[in-house]
Design a protein around this ligand. Structure first.
Ligand SMILES: [Zn+2]
Length: 338
């Protein structure tokens, strides 16, 4: 049977395949709407209990073979859709997914249902979560750093728990959760992830180092400070922004020192090799003892913060060019590198 499905897909041309996908998605949406309508009706009658199931959930998982998660979701959506029946058509035409309705379910009231459904239509699940955070902002959770259970405490796949020592301090041994980002309010995001002891120690040390600036030691302040510093130092975009920022009048920007980001860029551009080219077009092959040279000399107003004005030269060619510009005597005292 599986092979039959595969064979029928394999025979389709690209255009046909895309058409089929679209059509199947449409059918699936209509099916979902019909399914939750039927489920809601069965849930409202005593039908399932009569059939020997303790609850609608019991019926969905045992009889319909839905996963527990899907069962919960479908039941919640079926119940809210019976209350606000415009939900059926929104699911049927693909304006809302079951997941979105499930997220919205507890926020829908007779006086806001139309407005909320209107705003949620066509939105991704992430955007619907944002909407819910806006409708019902929650206070930030307090910072939390706690030890996860060690690997030996995590129950094995067959469900057998390892023996616990009397001194263990982990009330419930669970595997670490995957990284999560949860919106608690429109502009607030809750981060959650498990990390090694190394990060914990780093954070504790950072709190000490930044105590003068952030005496409360909030993790948000600490991480933001470090993230900004890192991006300022390493993000090419941030460096470009800094580069384009107006120069300060105290002249600190007009320095002979070549900024680190320009050094890196010039090094990459020049391939770590002297850029001197003879009149015959032969490029110097020197790669040792390279120096950053201002094409328009700094003394003549050449900028240090423009990569176009900086190039790599070997010591010998740097001296040669300096002599050509400033004269032999001005540069003859230059120290010859070892
Ligand atoms: Zn050279």
């Amino acid at each position: 049977m599986t092979e039959h499905f595969w064979q029928s897909c394999k025979g389709l041309e690209d255009k046909q395949l895309l058409f089929e996908l679209k059509e199947l998605a449409r059918q699936q949406q209509r099916c979902s709407a019909l399914f939750i309508a039927c489920l809601g009706e069965a849930d409202a009658r005593d039908l399932l209990q009569k059939e020997g199931f303790s609850t609608t959930f019991d019926y969905c998982t045992r009889e319909l073979k839905l996963s527990e998660r899907d069962a919960f979701r479908n039941i919640r959506v079926a119940r809210i859709a019976r209350k606000y029946q415009q939900i059926y058509s929104l699911i049927a035409d693909g304006s809302l997914t079951l997941c979105s309705v499930d997220i919205l379910a507890s926020h829908l009231k007779p006086d806001n249902v139309d407005r909320i459904l209107d705003r949620a239509q066509g939105k991704s699940v992430r955007d619907v979560e944002r909407l819910v955070a806006e409708l019902s902002p929650k206070p930030d959770r307090p910072d939390l750093m706690r030890r996860e259970a060690p690997a030996s405490m995590i129950p094995s796949a067959n469900g057998a728990s390892p023996p616990r020592s009397s001194s263990e301090s982990f009330p419930s041994a669970k595997p670490p959760r995957p990284d999560r980002l949860i919106f608690s309010a429109p502009t607030r995001v809750h981060f959650s992830f498990a990390a090694d002891e190394e990060l914990r120690n780093c954070v504790l040390r950072l709190k000490e180092l930044l105590w003068h600036k952030f005496p409360a030691g909030r993790l948000e302040d600490i991480f933001l400070e470090i993230a900004k510093q890192y991006l300022n130092a390493h993000d090419p975009q941030a460096q470009l922004d800094n580069h384009n920022a107006p120069r300060r009048s105290n002249g600190s920007f007009h320095s002979r020192n070549v900024p680190k980001w320009i050094r890196k860029r010039v090094w990459r551009r020049d391939g770590g090799q002297c850029t001197f080219v003879s009149q015959e077009g032969r490029r110097c092959s020197e790669r040792k003892g390279l120096q950053l040279d201002h094409v328009i000399p700094w003394a003549n107003g050449g900028p240090s913060n423009d990569p176009e004005n900086i190039r790599l030269l070997c010591w010998s060619h740097n001296q040669y060019i300096s002599r050509a510009v400033f004269g032999f005597s001005a540069v003859s005292k230059a120290k010859i590198p070892p």
